[in-house]
Design a protein around this ligand. Structure first.
Ligand SMILES: NC(=O)c1ccc[n+]([C@@H]2O[C@H](COP(=O)([O-])OP(=O)(O)OC[C@H]3O[C@@H](n4cnc5c(N)ncnc54)[C@H](O)[C@@H]3O)[C@@H](O)[C@H]2O)c1
Length: 335
């Protein structure tokens, strides 16, 4: 099936080799054809990719380069993933502003000039300490205290503006922490949840950088990808909120994740070595989201709970670490 309104024009993914992009790109290729997807990033992919994959080195901060890529590849839809995440953005707020706001503005301008649809991922970081923390509503107070959050709220508003002012089909999700095994997370406050699984598989104690009572929302990558595609294929008439829909699957503390891991890795343990910057960020975020608007408007439903996700994560990480050990042994015997 081809993109609904793009008249067979190609798809551009920015930030394509990060945690989400490296799994979204293959999914888009399978769904819309490998030749119809252009994977762009500042850097080259970490692992080998098939021959036909269209790769573009693209800096989203460079407006002419974004315009040129959209024109040259006849782009009809842009999945704009390139951004600096919460913890990294607090270290370099000036650069984060240029990338998160400047990059989005460039993408929206290119979309305006060439009539593209745009997907924009927002975050639970778009809320702040004055937002209701439990069951955070779809429409509520958004006064974030991090630079990341400021750029994401402004991004949601800018996407709404391009939709109402210029008729650009912009759509977005407020994603919670994303847990996945394929590509390491890129400097967010919820990275600890992913790191825990890696330590468990290696048989090491995990030094958690948040306190044991920090409760945050999470989703497993297959649900994230399904949410993105379902939203992008949803009937526009049904979308009461474009930018951005709350989505979530589970609300967890570090000990809850550890306890589930221990059902498979009984000796796994966690110590707590709190990082003040990331703890302050987490303290200002919701502990659970109300995603009923997404459920009603476009049928959102998560499929992975903590138990399913933990089993799958550990299976995938164990088999990839087994493969690496076998490869090392194989190359040692050939020396
Ligand atoms: N991963 C999460 O837990 C999470 C949660 C909520 C929202 N999001 C949002 O989803 C999007 C993707 O997140 P991710 O986790 O894949 O991030 P990531 O940090 O893993 O990947 C971002 C990618 O952007 C690229 N990039 C950096 N500067 C660039 C530039 N100037 N031009 C082009 N590319 C550039 C990086 O090389 C990297 O590959 C981001 O907008 C993020 O805010 C992520």
């Amino acid at each position: 099936m081809l993109q609904r309104t793009s008249n067979k024009r190609a798809i551009l993914v920015t930030g394509a080799f990060g945690q989400i992009g490296s799994e979204l790109v293959p999914l888009l290729q399978r769904r819309y054809g490998i030749e119809n997807v252009v994977a762009s990033d500042l850097r080259r992919p970490a692992r080998c990719v098939a021959n036909k994959v269209r790769i573009e080195t693209l800096d989203c901060i460079d407006f002419e380069a974004v315009l040129d890529a959209v024109r040259r590849h006849n782009i009809g839809t842009i999945y704009h993933l390139a951004a600096m995440l919460s913890a990294t953005a607090e270290r370099e707020p000036q650069i984060a502003w240029r990338l998160n706001m400047g990059g989005l503005h460039n993408v929206l301008e290119a979309a305006r000039q060439y009539g593209c649809r745009v997907f924009f991922p927002s975050t639970i970081g778009a809320f702040g300490p004055s937002t209701p923390r439990e069951q955070t509503p779809q429409v509520t107070i958004q006064r974030p205290t991090t630079l990341y959050g400021v750029t994401k709220v402004a991004g949601e508003l800018l996407c709404d503006y391009y939709a109402s002012r210029y008729g650009i089909d912009t759509r977005g999700l407020r994603l919670p922490g994303v847990i996945s095994y394929l590509t390491a997370p890129g400097g967010g406050t919820t990275d600890y949840a992913v790191e825990m699984f890696h330590y468990a598989v290696r048989g090491e104690t995990y030094p958690c950088f948040l306190t044991d009572h920090t409760r945050l929302d999470f989703m497993y990558m297959p649900d994230v990808l399904r949410a993105i595609l379902t939203l992008m294929e949803a009937d526009e008439q049904r979308l009461r909120h474009r930018n951005a829909y709350n989505v979530t699957a589970m609300s967890l503390t570090p000990p809850e994740i550890a306890a589930e891991i221990r059902k498979h890795v009984p000796h796994f343990s966690v110590s707590y070595k709190v990082d003040r910057t990331r703890q302050a960020i987490a303290n200002a975020w919701p502990s659970s989201l109300d995603d009923s608007a997404a459920r009603i408007d476009w049928g959102w439903r998560p499929t992975f709970d903590l138990a399913d996700m933990t089993k799958h994560m550990l299976q995938q990480l164990s088999s990839s670490s087994r493969r690496m050990t076998e490869n090392r042994l194989l190359s040692a015997t050939h020396q």
